[in-house]
Ligand binder design. Structure first.
Ligand code: GDP
Length: 313
């Protein structure tokens, strides 16, 4: 297996202010590389010409594409055009321009929602495009599928080392804790924290609480991404998961334990459940030497501490 070193190389993190980008910046400090990033206001990655100029001027060796428009189940289903347009243009511009500008290697970040709604669990990489998508996030999923196919196409036709990784549901410091637009884990941290503060005895969970999700702590993901950048050179996408799934109700109970909420959970069944299960099969990445380290309780604890210091009013 061809191994690369990032030492003294210019590594561009597209999306450095996002959940994944922040963790990658922190973790890359150990690699002694030169980290490149650019403010959203200075460079809109949806703009082909500006992105081209920026790459020509800054000449990165390697690129992590962690830039994306992301959101929870309601946000995703409410803004289909934004989700498909923004994510498609980011993928198209960065991957095509990486080819044009001779970037040595690119790692594109997908998402486990690219797999069919009723995939056989745990979901293997080759389940892709074997059935219909979950409607609440199909716009985002279509753009992400296009991104990983772009990597593959440029690999086949131009022999480019463009790889793509499919992380499961992520969480951690720097997440979006807004209840309306964020994902379930930060949303429930926010709701449960507020309930304790206001001495409320009930917290509402959207849907039935029965769907299951697999969660991965973002620092574990950053670790896996650097591992893949250094060691994985195939154009076939690769899953990154923790291997453990939990029902939304049990997730809420774990968060309640971390925060110290003793009240009850009630269910708002007018909100969608989304896909029933989304556990991915991570055997491929495990077999080449990477494993998730952080357990859910510890990861939530770290995330809650960050929330207390940075977000809670
Ligand atoms: P998904 O993994 O793409 O479905 O996105 P989410 O993380 O937003 O939602 C996961 C599951 O948690 C869905 O079944 C939601 O209905 C459920 N859920 C329960 N309470 C909440 C909440 O407060 N916020 C969010 N975003 N989801 C919730």
């Amino acid at each position: 297996m061809k191994k690369i070193s990032l030492k003294n190389k210019k590594v561009f993190i597209a999306g450095h202010t996002g959940l994944v980008g922040q963790s990658l910046c922190k973790r890359l400090e150990n690699e002694k590389c030169k980290i490149l990033f650019v403010n959203k206001k200075k460079l809109d990655l949806r703009d082909f010409n500006k992105t081209d100029r920026w790459l020509k001027l800054n000449k990165p060796d390697y690129i992590f594409i962690a830039a994306a428009r992301v959101g929870g189940i309601l946000e995703n289903s409410s803004y289909p055009a934004n989700f498909i347009y923004d994510n498609l243009s980011i993928a198209l511009n960065l991957i095509h321009l990486s080819y044009k500008n001779n970037i040595k290697k690119v790692l594109y970040l997908g998402s486990s929602c690219i797999y069919p709604k009723f995939s056989k669990q745990p979901i293997k990489e080759d389940s892709l495009l074997t059935g219909p998508l979950e409607p609440t996030n199909e716009w985002y999923a279509i753009a992400k599928i296009a991104g990983l196919k772009l990597c593959k196409a440029y690999g086949i036709q131009y022999k480019k080392n463009f790889i793509s990784a499919m992380p499961t549901n992520l969480y951690g410091p720097g997440d979006n804790f807004d209840v309306k637009s964020g994902h379930v884990l930060p949303g429930l941290i926010n709701k449960i924290h507020e309930a304790v503060k206001q001495n409320k005895k009930k917290v509402t969970i959207w849907g039935t609480g029965k769907p299951k999700r697999e969660f991965l702590f973002v620092d574990d993901l950053a670790d896996a991404l650097i591992f893949l950048m250094k060691k994985y050179n195939k154009s076939d996408h690769i899953n990154i998961g923790s291997g453990k799934e939990v029902s939304i109700l049990n997730l809420a109970k774990t968060i309640a334990k971390v925060i110290g909420f003793k009240g009850k959970f009630i269910f708002d069944k007018s909100k969608p459940d989304g896909t029933p299960r989304k556990l991915i099969n991570s055997k491929k990445i495990n077999s080449i030497g990477w494993k998730c380290k952080t357990d859910l309780f510890d990861g939530i604890n770290t995330t809650y501490k960050w929330y207390l210091n940075n977000k809670s009013k």
